[in-house]
Design a protein around this ligand. Structure first.
Ligand code: NAD
Ligand code: TYD
Length: 353
């Protein structure tokens, strides 16, 4: 079996569902269930003995040791993190704790466990650390996309905490020989994404007739990848990635935020027309995010070359599926928009003009 951390969040839940469907191999899922973690994402696995859920904190070393000793996983796939840049600007503390200290705790627990393994179990063990393209900083308009060799230049508290974690993972390989793999992925979108991130926020606000907030001039560029393609890439890296190596994962799909938002509006006009008029009327330019990175883009040639992974979805097919999913799951959105969510919206958007 494998141990997954953060498997009740957006990508983690998609990964657990995808993993069980693709491989059938049991999963122990360690998740603290912060505001971003939601067991409703895993409802399809209710009563499925291949999924063991443990609500706890990756910083709790004795707990992690006990889980490893009891379940003896052949791999750890580490998603658990604080993941939202805007939240990291308002309050970086939890980012340092979970992303840095949590990764350190897992590495130390994994090292002790791996040192106790022998023979093929020891050779086969892997620690796969899921990271982000944001560690590389911001690109200029004509710069080539991020390769694995790019220097690290994180600009936000979030990306700095992820960069710190990546460095720990690298050092645990270099110094102790721990068999690690690191993936740096671009912006994901798809089912179960919490509506604080651009795409689900815009869908939810449009359906509620609320403003669609665009930071700055809307020309910041991200490289969008459908979450199912990210899950397939992680499976490929776990199966065939070389120990100690980093793999960049992206969709070759760079787009300015304004184009993303307009595309969603057009899809909603088609799929759920609003009697009040076209959804684009709700677009509202607001004050920019401090330190807002201008452009991210991924050079995914290494994973394509070494592991024959390629995204299956284009942005057109992926965004259509995503909008459709949110239209079909408005209860899910309503449930996660709790009192705490409303407080966040007030904190992040209340002070913007
Ligand atoms: P998310 O915020 O939706 O989910 C994070 C999960 O981790 C939640 O279920 C939460 O409860 C859990 N968690 C948080 N702190 C914990 C702790 N201390 N102990 C145990 N569990 C804890 O995040 P996501 O978007 O699914 O991202 C998953 C991973 O992928 C993160 O490491 C993130 O940095 C990385 N990543 C995300 C994106 C993206 O576009 N979302 C892109 C590249 C990389
Ligand atoms: P986000 O989904 O927060 O991901 P990240 O900051 O990790 O890339 O934001 C994606 C882009 O959308 C980013 O350039 C910021 C922008 N954005 C807005 O313009 N308005 C919003 O309300 C949000 C949440 C993001």
């Amino acid at each position: 079996m494998i141990l997954v951390t953060g498997g009740a969040g957006f990508i983690g839940a998609n990964f657990v569902l995808d993993w069980l469907a693709a491989t059938g191999e049991p999963v122990v899922n360690l998740d603290k269930l912060t505001y971003a973690g939601n067991l409703e994402n895993l409802q399809a696995l209710d009563g499925d003995g291949r999924h063991v859920f443990v609500r706890d904190d990756i910083c709790a070393r004795p707990l992690v040791d006990a889980l490893l000793a009891r379940h003896r996983p052949r791999a750890i796939v580490h998603f658990a993190a604080e993941s939202h840049v805007d939240r990291s600007i308002h309050g970086p503390d939890e980012f340092m704790r979970t992303n840095v200290e949590g990764t350190f705790t897992l590495l130390e627990a994994a090292r002790a466990y791996w040192n106790g393994l022998a023979g093929t179990d020891r050779d086969a063990f892997r620690f796969l650390h899921v990271s982000t393209d944001e560690v590389y900083g911001s690109l200029g308009p004509g710069d080539p996309p991020f390769a694995e060799t790019n220097p690290y230049q994180p600009n936000s508290p979030y990306s700095a905490s992820k960069a710190a974690a990546d460095h720990l993972v690298r050092a645990w390989h270099h110094t102790y020989g721990l068999p690690v793999l690191t993936t740096n992925c671009s912006n994901n979108y798809g089912p179960y994404q919490f509506p604080e991130k651009l795409i689900p926020l815009v869908i939810a606000n449009a359906l509620a007739g609320k403003p669609l907030p665009i930071y700055g001039d809307g020309m910041n560029v991200r490289d969008w990848l459908y979450v199912g393609d990210h899950c397939a890439a992680i499976r490929a890296v776990l199966a065939g990635g070389r120990r100690g190596e980093t793999y960049n994962i992206g969709g070759w799909n760079e787009m300015p935020n304004l184009t993303i938002v307009k595309t969603i509006c057009t899809l909603l006009d088609e799929m759920k027309p609003d009697s009040g008029g076209r959804y684009e009327r709700l677009i509202t330019f607001v004050a920019d995010r401090p330190g807002h990175d201008r452009r991210y883009a991924i050079d995914a040639r290494k994973i394509e070359r070494e592991l024959a992974w390629r995204p299956a979805e284009t942005f057109e097919t992926g965004i259509r599926k995503t909008v459709h999913w949110y239209l079909e799951h408005q209860d899910w959105v309503a449930h996660v928009q709790s009192g705490a969510y409303r407080e966040w919206v007030q904190k992040n958007y209340g002070g913007r003009e």
